[in-house]
Design a protein around this ligand. Structure first.
Ligand code: CDP
Length: 241
């Protein structure tokens, strides 16, 4: 497969057309940004770790019945994906209060959220990703009621699968963000599942293993990302999953 022209450039990924119809190439770059793009750096190796972890989780989710855009890796930092009609929503599932939910609401960091809390933002750099509710999502005609219900059900299922998988390897899934699209009218998980889009804590030490290391200047970002890549490929301490 050949990489053709650039169709989309985000803050940390570039998407290219390929010479196969309906197949795109999603390349994970070494760029890292935070605070709405105010903090920016290039960290050598980051793209490779995020591609590896995303590919691993997409495969794992597909094996457990979640429809995703993932088709394969073509090199260490690029995935082949199905071309989806993307829905401009950022679907965030939170298991523990951290980040913006602590800044905006009276939660103490580390509070267990059980059942998990789903928050959905409108994906727009210009509008700074404002938070939506069901009525706004439907009024904006972004999805139908049935699609919204399905997106939430898939989001909770993905949360369960990822939380269990990571928990068995000593990592707590604090929160993470997903993006969805349509393929032949069917809702499908797109984008990435990486250390840039998840908040992960080492269960024993509480150490951050995700983009918070960068956001908060908490140490060696690449070492943390490498730790996650290594741990997700390891056998669990106490058996399945
Ligand atoms: O972490 P931050 O304060 O930017 O936002 P948050 O609402 O606390 O983020 C919740 C989770 O979604 C974190 O794991 C973020 O990394 C992820 N997220 C993302 O990947 N992209 C965004 N535009 C917003 C949040």
């Amino acid at each position: 497969m050949r990489q053709l022209d650039l169709v989309y450039e985000g803050k940390a990924k570039s998407v290219y057309r390929s010479d196969e119809p309906d197949r795109l190439i999603m390349r994970f770059r070494d760029d890292i940004t935070a605070f709405d793009g105010e903090k920016k750096d290039v960290l050598s190796g980051k793209g490779r770790f995020n591609a590896e972890v995303s590919a691993f989780f997409f495969r794992y989710l597909e094996e457990h019945g979640i429809p995703t855009h993932y088709l394969g890796l073509i090199d260490q930092s690029a995935m082949v994906v199905r071309n989806l009609e993307m829905i401009p929503l950022e679907v965030i599932v939170r298991n523990i209060a951290a980040g913006s939910i602590v800044r905006r609401y009276p939660f103490k960091e580390g509070t267990l959220l059980d059942p998990p809390v789903i928050m959905i933002d409108y994906k727009s750099d210009v509008l700074h990703d404002p938070m939506l509710n069901d009525d706004l999502i439907l009024a904006l005609n972004l999805v139908t009621r049935d699609e919204l219900d399905l997106i939430k059900a898939i989001a909770l299922k993905v949360n369960e699968l990822l939380s269990d998988y990571l928990d068995a390897r000593g990592i707590t899934l604090v929160d993470f963000k997903m993006e969805f699209g349509r393929r032949d009218g069917e809702i499908c998980l797109g984008d990435e599942i990486s250390m840039d889009s998840m908040r992960l804590w080492d269960r024993e030490t509480g150490r951050s293993l995700d983009k918070d290391v960068y956001r908060l200047g908490k140490g060696d970002v690449i070492a943390a990302y490498a730790d996650v890549a290594r741990q997700i490929l390891s056998e669990p301490a106490g058996g399945a999953p």
